[in-house]
Design a protein around this ligand. Sequence first.
Ligand code: SIN
Ligand code: MN
Length: 241
Amino acid sequence: MEKENECRQIVDWTREGILRPGMVLLKHYLTIREQILIVRTCQELGNGPGGFYQPGYNDGAKLRLRMMCLGLDWDPQTRKYGKKRQVDGCEPSVIPCEFKQLVQRSMSEAHALIKMDSKVSNVEDILPALSPDICIVNFYNTSGRLGLHQDRDESRYSLKKGLPVVSFSVGDSAEFLYGDERDANKAEKVLLESGDVLIFGGESRHVFHGVSSINPNSAPGALLENTMLRPGRLNLTFRQY
Ligand code: SIN
Ligand code: MN
């Protein structure tokens, strides 16, 4: 019995495919080349104006990550999007075309998986398509984390339609929590590894989610050899305002 549970836990922890209606995990979907391109591009943009900074909340507490926004700025204090960021007045860089292409390819793959699984006539009823105009790039060092929250600062149209959040993970792996409540004890967990793409839209658009820990020294060697990626995890979330 104990063995059975152990096995089940391993299967759960590393599972892929459809996690919930509208929530799809594509394991190791981004190639190493694509991951290298993502890291190099984020390093370049992250070191320029509008690049990485450590944001804070209203109460003065700092987020346990560094952030950079592309397309539109998201302000964790006001929870609003804008053309410039408050902290230094910088305008975010545009989202690189290559990133947008990777989002569209990931969406096609997710739609194909849903089609196989559910035989619905229109996969977009389960997972709507998006045209991303926001990318929030987070860098977590090995002690970084992000509490359970919902992404609900996009436009009413986007939220009502369930336009998805598309998330790329690169670098060290992370323990990712998700569930119906802001309660880590009730949340499910899944391992997000370098190259994984997680998509949540449709009826999963308002899922609570967060990052409970980063696993040090878990990034692919080929990624580290070809980039100057520091220990930690890069996460890009694409959304449509
Ligand atoms: C986020 O919720 O904005 C980021 C999630 C992640 O790092 O996987
Ligand atoms: Mn989020």
